[in-house]
Design a protein around this ligand. Structure first.
Ligand code: NAP
Ligand code: ZN
Ligand code: ZN
Length: 349
């Protein structure tokens, strides 16, 4: 018998999140049952709840920054025991046989990853529901080990904001001797600052106002630049090896590409809801590269969690009760969060 589980869902793009009951499947032989303790609020949750990317399915139970404790395991599971701390990120299944899956890049599964919410289960085609809920059942291959040295609430945002920034920083060369700029100091951006610093790069934060200067420096940035004034930005032209763009709102790419030195790379992780024109000249000059990056595979996510524990890194969080979630969304939309809301699921009864 599938179990009824308390959750919070939005019924439509204009409905607030409200109490809702979902069913979680009985654990199959390879499933892990996780009682959820904390779930981060990613800006993707807001984009999807409000259907800003136009492919939302309702009712929608968001949440893909999940940390909890294993409460039961399937008969074939050897790697997990009840009581252990476990995490779930942005996807819960994939085909496991395609080139991307075999390379440990399940987020690019050729049959499509099954997202933790707003997706459809392989086989049953039932909707997937995320971490704004008391419990989740996930195949062991997609469950992450959260080091016990990390605070559970502060670790939750690593499952999306952490891996989404760690992966492109490593791949595109955040390292000693490299100048890295982080555009947008939000949930993703503040993790990017911490990782870029831990990887040994010289780190600059590009923020649209001066309000986060002290925070940025405290997090490890060497420099802070306000992007509002084009003249200030122009002073930093052709300076950086890597710009990581984590901005959620529509913005032009040209002024930030212009900050790249010869052979520099701008990596986009922010996903604003509308396309942006691009002048070829910004790329041709200095032979610049513009790339995108999508979360990261299971293997790299585990590497990032272990790296975080080794370096004592985690998110700056504001823990909230589930009843505050709609206020938190309004604040997130306004950019009023320092730097990730995390829901304490003990408050969902
Ligand atoms: P967030 O916490 O809301 O941060 C976004 C930041 O963008 C803000 O803190 C703000 O930083 C900056 N910003 C600049 N102009 C803005 C404006 N007009 N309004 C609001 N913010 C503005 O969001 P997040 O959770 O980090 O997510 C950022 C984006 O990445 C979202 O689009 C999300 O969907 C996407 N995302 C992508 C992936 C992926 O795999 N590629 C994974 C997760 C999320 P300043 O105040 O410093 O300017
Ligand atoms: Zn996310
Ligand atoms: Zn695959």
């Amino acid at each position: 018998m599938p179990a009824s589980v308390s959750a919070y869902a939005a019924a439509s793009a204009t409905s607030p999140l409200a109490p809702f009951t979902i069913e979680r499947r009985d654990p199959g032989p390879h499933d892990v049952v996780i009682d959820i303790e904390y779930c981060g609020i990613c800006h993707t949750d807001l984009h999807l709840v409000r259907n800003e990317w136009t492919h939302s399915r309702y009712p929608i139970v968001p949440g893909h920054e999940i940390v909890g404790r294993v409460s039961a395991v399937g008969s074939e599971v050897r790697a997990w025991k009840p009581g252990e701390r476990a995490g779930v990120g942005c996807f819960v299944d994939s085909c496991r046989t395609c080139e991307s899956c075999c390379d440990g890049e399940e987020q690019f599964c050729l049959e499509g990853m099954v997202t933790t919410y707003n997706g459809l289960e392989r086989g049953t085609q039932k909707p997937t529901y995320g971490g704004y809920s008391k419990r989740i059942v996930v195949d062991e291959h997609y469950v992450l080990r959260i080091p016990e040295s990390l605070d559970a609430a502060q670790a939750a945002p690593l499952l999306c904001a952490g891996i989404t920034t760690y992966s492109p920083l490593k791949r595109f060369g955040a390292a000693p001797g490299r100048r890295v700029a982080i555009l947008g100091l939000g949930g993703l951006g503040h993790m990017a600052v911490k990782f870029a610093r831990a990887l040994g790069a010289e780190v600059t934060v590009l923020s649209h106002s001066g309000r986060k200067r002290e925070d940025a420096l405290r997090m490890g940035a060497h420099e802070f630049v306000v992007t509002e004034d084009p003249k200030t930005l122009a002073k930093h032209a052709a300076r950086f090896d890597l710009v990581l763009d984590s901005v959620s709102a529509p913005h032009p790419y040209g002024p930030y590409l212009d900050l790249l030195r010869r052979d520099g790379t701008m990596a986009i992780v922010g996903l604003p809801p509308r396309p942006e024109p691009l002048a070829a000249n910004s790329l041709i000059t200095n032979r610049r590269r513009l790339v995108g990056s999508l979360i990261g595979g299971i293997r790299e996510t585990q590497e990032m969690l272990d790296f975080s524990a080794r370096h004592g890194l985690a998110a700056d969080v504001e823990t909230i009760a589930i009843a505050q979630v709609n206020d938190a969304y309004d604040r997130l939309a306004r950019g009023d969060v320092r730097y990730r809301f995390v829901i304490d699921l003990a408050t969902l009864t």
